[in-house]
Design a protein around this ligand. Sequence first.
Ligand code: MIG
Length: 667
Amino acid sequence: MISLYTVGAPFETGAVTEEVPAQSGVLPYFREEGGAYVRTMAPGEVVYGLGEQVRGINKRGHIYVSDNTDDPMHLEEKRSLYASHNLLVIDGEEHFGIFFDTPGKVTFDLGYTRYEEMRILPEEPDCRIYLIEEGSSAAVVRAFRRLIGTSYIPPKWAFGYGQSRWGYRNAEDVRALVREYRERGLPLDMVYLDIDYMDNYKDFTVDPEAFPDFPDFVREMKDEGVRLIPIIDAGIKIEEGYGVYEEGRKNGYFLKDEAGNDRVLAVWPGRSCLPDFLNSRVRSWFGRNYHFLLRQGIEGFWNDMNEPAIFYSEDHLEEVFRHIDGYRTQNLDVNSYFALQGEVTGLCNRKEDYASLWHDADGRRIRHDRVHNLYGWRMTQAAEEGFSSFDPGKRFLMFSRASYIGMHRISGVWTGDNHSWWGQLLLNIQMMPSLNMCGFLYSGADIGGFGGDTTADLLLRWLEFGIFTPLLRNHSAWDTREQELFRFGMDGAFRGILQLRYCLLPYLYSEFVKAALTGENYFSPLGFAWPDDPRAKETEDQLLLGGEAVLAPVYRQNAAGRYVYLPEEMKLYRFRDPGDYDTEILTAGDHYVSCALGEVLLFVRKGKMIPFGESAEHVDRLSGEIRACLAFGEEASYELYDDDGTSKAVTLSGHTHLLCAETLTIL
Ligand code: MIG
């Protein structure tokens, strides 16, 4: 049961697609204290949710702030990442979900200030609060997902492996990399183009020297089975003669200062303006600009810097220069030295800069900080409108860095600038089910780590988990060690794991589409499937995949295996590559399971089966034929969903067919 409590006259976000009758009484479970919603948490109560956030699956014990932020240090102490996913699922003596639908800042103090107390403070008092009361966490999430509408489904080829790096300078760099993948038999479906492909970091341009005859190059790559996926940034470079900028300025499409002048801010291209994506005219204009690349054969994009990130504002930069000058003659002591340092690091993503921007939200003038968390979604909505007007029946690949619940209907997300640290692999594992609860199914992290230098073993372990994430992309920053799979002299190990992904793809795709349409999770915490098992509830480093299998990835340096908790008897598949594996039946309980570097563990539940196809160089080459399966029990069966992988209209009816272990070879 879902009830809606409306406070004041909230800004319409569009997060919810279902009508819910409004309640007039006070919000149950909470008491109000100075604008905050407060309740006592029972001992042992688990708090799920918050989507893309730091820390574990159970969010209890820390404080989180929904305030979309470009922060490349995903540390435990942080409170905000790139997204605002204001859903909590309370699983204890009391059992409910709660969604705070407001585009402003929200603080979720989940036992930080006082250990037993939950305190939620929406900065904008005008807010829609949805209360979801169901018998289990899984049911709460299913009801919530029905409330917010079905999740985005990308083209099937987007389930292949993607290679990315900030720093592929030109067509020759890309060609060389594709050649390496093909020659070494490493499957590859996508190569991502970072800001390097643009002409001087200008959106909707291609550097004519680095990529001469771009449409020909796009076709050449596609003939190799590789799609190029360019990045688009939120900021538009200020430059006379640059059409996109001039059009935007002429038509008043950029965010304004209080006096109504275009506000000058800086991002990658230097001085820039930010489009007012909360305005529908601006969205349709920006969306049509994607046609420039679509016409050249591009079929997917990633939208970056759309929190929006701000390096500095011109006026504040001036102020800082003045202050710094003042330090010159001083003997810098502990206070003044750090103050000087703070002046510079404090240039970016400043509260005051966000508060100096003004939107024209289709006639309603509103200050940016009050609607900040919607900006990335509205940018991505512009892209989606551009795709629909280009080809309404076709699926395009789209994922964004910033997000808000509701964007899940049109796009995926990647989890931003993580690091090549072992702890970030665990964070990736823990973030995935939380993202799913909030509707974001097509998601994944920068495999191998974005910042810092990766190592062969970290990348391999990360890939061992990554082959199960819908978005499977290896991405890294320009100043780090190169981390393409062929750089480590371990092609065999990487190939084996990657081929396993392609063999499992019919299953992973089927589970994905089912989850998108039914509101089930693709990745769930074990507590969702075994709600009465306290051990399952506290397991933070294993996930349920679909309804069939449990994953227990190794995420520690030099580990040769790990402890695994099984809530019930399961069949373990330990893969080195699709043809090299061993199996073992394990009882319910705790086990130390060996897992050497390059091995993948998959635990299949009793009575369940997983169809197993064949590998290929890229997804379009997969035959789709299923002759084998992983199964625990002869009578196991599975409803396999499949489709053409490109049409936008998707329904489960008419596609589902039953696969029985009896008619397939059980591996
Ligand atoms: O902050 O385009 O998260 O994936 O490589 C730098 C350069 C801007 C941030 C993205 C990252 C991308 C990078 N971008």
